[in-house]
Design a protein around this ligand. Structure first.
Ligand code: BTN
Length: 354
């Protein structure tokens, strides 16, 4: 297993290496150089670091160059040495884990500068035995996967794309509940990052869209592997638009998508967002394992504002209209049709009619 805290590296298999370009390799020593500079608001000479870390001054310099390559701003003055001026807002394991308060979610983070889909990588890591709570994050996805076979817009270095491996002992029929657990966690993390107006507080649209000001800021895609009737593992993939600017929204989602920066009126730290998201996922998931779906379903229903309202649900084939009544025990949507009968909706796209 990967030692936590390594900067910007990943341990993907050969296929992953073929599709994923990792952040510049730096390794343990670069991290020691970084730790040495961190928290020292002064210049530190190369000689001092070389003695303390038992590496040559040339090696110190090489690590500084590598850190700069990854986006760290390190000042250098020949007579005084080095000083860390700025750390990048990159989703590096070492950055996220510095302030992470979880016991297992995000204790092993695989970071990719670019990859096709963090869900795909997480699924393949889960197959080869990666521990529960292992997270795959990427700065960019070239084939981000959305629900119902759609794609997920994933431009570089502005948003959060993360996939968490979970291994609950559940019958397959109950796996959909974890989708809703993920939505509650994402909504809580998003709420904690937004200093915006009350109307910019997150609301959940079934099953797991998070809206800010009525526009989608986050989506969740759960992918599962089964063994007979039982769930073997699942990947909870969450995309959150963090610092995406209005002008950078593609035509087809302009007006219906937003970002934290747009809705809250200020940019956010993606690293802090990732820490809070992983913290909320762990808390919600542990609660789900201990107390079942009931308490989370109640919170989910409070965070969603569609109950009692008329909706249209677009299904894979056709659509159906009715009043959104609430959640079924397995996480399905209960829809009261005009005929008076109730329908269980397992997958679809909900549109509020007024
Ligand atoms: C949706 O359609 O609303 C779900 C979008 C899920 C996107 C996330 S981004 C991280 C993870 N990797 C993927 O390929 N998809 C999910």
């Amino acid at each position: 297993m990967k030692t936590p805290g390594k900067i910007g590296e990943n341990q993907a298999g050969p296929r992953e290496r073929a599709v994923a370009r990792a952040t510049k390799p730096r390794g343990d020593r670069a991290e020691e150089v970084l730790s040495f500079l961190r928290g020292r608001d002064e210049y530190v000479s190369g000689a001092r670091m070389s003695r303390a870390l038992r590496i040559s001054r040339t090696a110190v310099w090489k690590h500084i160059v590598a850190l700069r390559g990854a986006g760290y701003v390190v000042d250098a003055i020949p007579s005084r040495g080095y000083r860390l001026r700025n750390a990048p807002d990159l989703l590096l394991a070492s950055e996220i884990q510095r302030g992470l308060r979880t016991s297992f979610v995000g204790r092993d983070i695989r970071h990719f500068e670019t990859t096709d889909s963090t869900n795909r990588i997480a699924l393949s890591l889960a197959e080869t035995g990666a521990a529960e709570g292992t997270v795959v994050v990427a700065e960019e996805q070239t084939a981000g996967r959305g629900r119902l076979g759609r794609s997920w817009f994933s431009p570089p270095r502005v948003n959060l794309y993360a996939s968490v491996i979970l291994r609950p002992s559940l019958p397959m029929a109950e796996a959909a509940q974890v989708v809703l657990v993920g939505a509650v966690a994402a909504a809580r993390a998003i709420a904690s990052m937004c200093d915006g107006p009350p109307e910019a507080q997150p609301r959940i649209k079934w099953p797991n869209d998070i809206l800010l000001g009525g526009r989608k800021v986050s989506g969740t895609l759960v992918e599962t592997a089964s063994q007979g009737e039982l769930l073997r593992h699942l990947v909870l993939g969450i995309g959150i638009n963090a610092n995406l600017a209005e002008k950078d929204l593609p035509e087809d989602i302009r007006g219906i998508a937003t970002s934290l920066a747009i809705a809250c009126g200020h940019p956010v730290s993606r690293v802090e967002l990732a820490r809070r998201l992983f913290g909320e996922i762990e808390a919600s998931y542990l609660r789900f394992r201990q107390e079942g779906f009931g308490p989370l379903a109640a919170e989910y229903e409070t965070l969603s504002e569609m109950w009692g309202k008329p909706v249209r649900v677009t299904l894979t084939q056709g659509s159906v209209e009715g009043i959104a009544e609430g959640l079924e025990p397995d996480g399905a949507l209960r829809l009261r049709l005009l005929s008076g009968s109730a329908e269980r909706i397992l997958a679809g796209d909900v549109q509020l009619l007024r």
